[in-house]
Design a protein around this ligand. Structure first.
Ligand SMILES: [Zn+2]
Length: 531
């Protein structure tokens, strides 16, 4: 026991276990037990440095580093009831103090008092410097215990997941945050890139494609996917849509998910966004006019990445001008019907080939800000929880109206231009957990990602003229039950529009006869299909 204590000094262990214990106490559902193993693996490395330096200063610095890491983790758990992640850093750093106060609803809870004993443990650890240095262990003991972290770290590094699984969560969050900011800053200077892409030679008709990018829609809350409440009455009535029932988003945050859908960057190839080719590049190069119509806010750190990509389109319209930041806009109402007018204008444009992205506010929290009062259909509730579910379902109901209206607009345009092909995909950027799992609301996660974070609706609409391409249409209908991950959407959309592009991989296109479903390892590193 004594020799163990020399490798794992008690004051350091107290600092570590205190934070982990409070985290478990606050929300065990989202706590990842791996975290203890990861932190403990780092301890022998730090104590080794301390012993061999024989320096007080080194000890103080090391203890302080452990303390600061722990303090940030602790405060984050107390305020946000979950581990610190790159996404929560994006949210926190993107808001001013007023908004942050709103966001975390800084109500006093007794967990705040936990910070006091933690400071106590820190001072205790500082005082214990001398007693620890006297107990220098034998070298062979070190060799044994160093094998643990070395083995662990190497295993993670070899599997190319050092940052994801090899360092404590808080450190990981800061590293990924810094990496992403770097990549997005490069994206700011992005202009449309010319790539070697052209419309298939047999495909000379005009072509209009509209991608309807939804927000936080959980397909298990759509009646068209079997939900008990009638939340998608309009889509249910349509006979001209194809419903894909096994599509998941690769990520559970907007900017990552949307960027992976619109570029050739995937979880598997891990391509930097600023180096990736986008659908806007491909369609522009193939002679399409590109449009971006958005009801999301153009301002804000995390959406900036999407905005930077959006502005490489020929025509960009942002209809949501209410918020000073993307964060603020989540608390304000800007109904998605505001995209109808600019979309109608685009459809009247006499361009032969059009590529349009429509980015909706969808079911972004706060849910009750997403629909006009006429859509307040589900309003019988006896608890706050039921009320929130009702509000979410009302937003899904309104979304049904929006998506259906866009399909109808396209259908009308197709009837007026019968020699042209029209098609559209509606999907959500990610899903939303509305008490579906873990008694939790949102699309954040820790450890294992809940399925309700990624199970999204994916609906295809094509015009009558489009259906005349029999083989293409038959494949689309045939593949509707295939498993698919949205970071391959890039390939599927290029394929659907019959563009010859060297970067198109038919195996990745769910609309292709050569489609091969890949192993669905998602953002959390786990296989979605394994329970
Ligand atoms: Zn989102």
């Amino acid at each position: 026991m004594n020799f163990l204590q020399r490798i794992f000094p008690l004051p350091l262990l107290l600092l570590i276990f205190f934070v982990q214990a409070v985290a478990m106490l606050i929300n065990f559902d989202v706590y990842d037990t791996r975290e203890i193993a990861i932190v403990l693996c780092w301890v022998p490395i730090f104590t080794l440095i301390h012993y061999y330096s024989q320096s007080k200063i080194v000890y103080y610095v090391l203890i302080t580093l452990f303390f600061i890491e722990g303090l940030l983790t602790l405060i984050h758990w107390i305020i946000l009831k979950g581990p610190l992640t790159a996404s929560s850093l994006f949210v926190l750093l993107n808001t001013n103090l007023d908004e942050a106060t709103d966001f975390v609803q800084l109500k006093f809870n007794y967990y705040y008092l936990m910070v006091l004993p933690y400071f106590g443990l820190f001072f205790y650890a500082l005082k214990k410097q001398n007693t620890i240095i006297e107990q220098q262990p034998k070298n062979y003991l070190y060799a044994t215990f160093l094998l643990l972290p070395i083995g662990f770290v190497t295993e993670n590094y070899v599997n190319d997941r050092f940052v994801r699984k090899g360092v404590p969560q808080t450190i990981e969050a800061f590293i990924s945050f810094a990496e992403e900011v770097k990549s997005y800053n490069k994206l700011k200077k992005r202009t449309v890139q010319q790539v070697d892409a052209k419309l298939n030679i047999n495909h000379t008709k005009g072509n209009t494609f509209v991608l309807i990018l939804g927000e936080s829609a959980n397909r298990n809350h759509l009646s068209v996917y079997g939900y008990s409440k009638e939340t998608s009455p309009k889509l249910k009535k349509r006979s001209d849509i194809i419903i894909y029932d096994d599509v998941v988003s690769a990520y559970s945050v907007t900017f990552k998910s949307v960027l992976s859908m619109l570029t050739n960057s995937t979880i598997e190839n891990n391509l930097n966004i600023d180096e990736a080719v986008s659908l806007i590049d491909v369609f522009h190069s193939a002679g399409f006019k590109t449009y971006w119509i958005s009801n999301q806010s153009p301002i804000g750190v995390w959406d900036n990445a999407i905005y930077n990509l959006a502005q490489t389109s020929d025509q960009v319209v942002f209809v949501n001008k209410f918020g000073n930041s993307s964060f603020e806009s989540t608390y304000l109402a800007s109904f998605d019907e505001m995209i109808f007018e600019p979309l109608q204008t685009v459809l009247q444009d006499d361009k032969k080939n059009r590529f349009v992205v429509v980015h909706l506010m969808g079911s972004h929290s706060s849910y009750n800000k997403r629909y006009p009062s006429t859509f307040n259909k589900f309003n019988n509730h006896s608890s706050d929880k039921e009320q929130l579910i009702n509000e979410y379902d009302n937003s899904i109901l309104y979304n049904d109206y929006i998506v259906d209206s866009v399909f109808t607009m396209l259908n009308n345009a197709a009837n007026k231009n019968q020699h042209q092909l029209f098609s559209s995909i509606y999907l959500s950027d990610h899903s939303e957990n509305v008490y579906d799992e873990n008694n939790h609301v949102g699309h954040d996660y820790a450890g294992t990602m809940p399925k309700s974070n990624v199970e999204i609706p994916f609906v295809l609409w094509v015009s009558e003229e489009f259906k005349q391409q029999e083989l293409v249409y038959q494949t689309i209908v045939k593949n509707k039950n295939q498993p698919f991950v949205t970071d391959d959407l890039f390939h599927a959309i290029i394929d659907l529009n019959q563009i010859d592009y060297i970067g198109l991989n038919q195996k990745c296109s769910v609309f292709n006869t050569n489609y091969i479903p890949r192993k669905r390892v998602l953002e959390d590193g786990r296989d979605y299909d394994l329970n």
